[in-house]
Design a protein around this ligand. Structure first.
Ligand code: CDP
Length: 195
């Protein structure tokens, strides 16, 4: 049986960590959809051609988690044809038997509008920049500037802008530990599974 959890939110809000923990706990498959956009950006050349020819090995590059790859991803992500080329793969993944959890920016709004549970994970820009800085290091002010620039681009684009779905549960993790956030999210999944 399909059971889909959509997890959206801004850069470095903790979506990935929460999604991985839920997938492990409930035995769901997990797709980090940001990785698709990062891989398209990292391929270089024509982004539309890169998206239509995206192959599993493109997702295995070891330079997809850098700040630069995040910036390149958010630039190609504004292109409607790039987004369209990635829809079928994401929807197929979401519909698989045994449950699936997808994290990104438009999962609850565009990719899976009928998801069983939609979470919108957020936190203040300062906290998110701090968490990202712990991961990637470098100059902290630069990391904050990058997080703010990416929020702007993701929120203000015309195609599938970052915003909570109307029926999403908002998890503001500014004052929570990651374990608190995972516990809250797991409780919500359990309640939906029991319905
Ligand atoms: O991990 P982090 O939240 O920093 O970024 P990510 O989820 O890997 O996404 C990188 C970029 O890809 C985002 O800033 C978005 O511009 C884009 N993206 C998107 O447009 N739609 C998605 N479903 C996932 C990512």
């Amino acid at each position: 049986m399909a059971f889909t959890v959509a997890v959206d939110g801004p850069a470095a809000a903790g979506k990935g960590t929460i999604s991985r923990a839920l997938a492990k706990h409930f035995g769901f498959a997990h797709l980090d959809t940001g990785l698709l956009y990062r891989a398209v950006g990292a391929k270089g050349g024509d982004p539309i051609a890169a998206a239509t020819s995206l192959a599993p090995r493109d997702l295995e590059r070891d330079d997809l988690r850098t700040l630069e790859a995040g910036r390149a991803a958010s630039k190609v992500a504004v292109i409607p044809e790039v987004r369209t080329a990635l829809i079928a793969f994401q929807r197929n993944f979401a519909g698989r038997d045994g449950g699936a959890i997808l994290d990104g920016r438009d999962i609850g709004t565009v990719i899976c509008p009928d998801a069983n549970l939609k979470l919108y994970v957020t936190a203040s820009a300062e906290i998110r920049a701090h968490r990202r800085w712990l991961e990637v290091g470098g100059n902290k002010a630069d990391v904050l500037a990058e997080v703010i620039a990416r929020d702007e681009r993701d929120t203000n684009r015309t195609e599938a802008p970052l915003k909570p779905a109307q029926d999403a549960v908002i998890l503001d993790t500014t004052e929570w530990s990651i374990d608190d956030a995972i516990e809250q999210a797991a409780t919500l999944v359990t309640l939906r599974l029991e319905r």
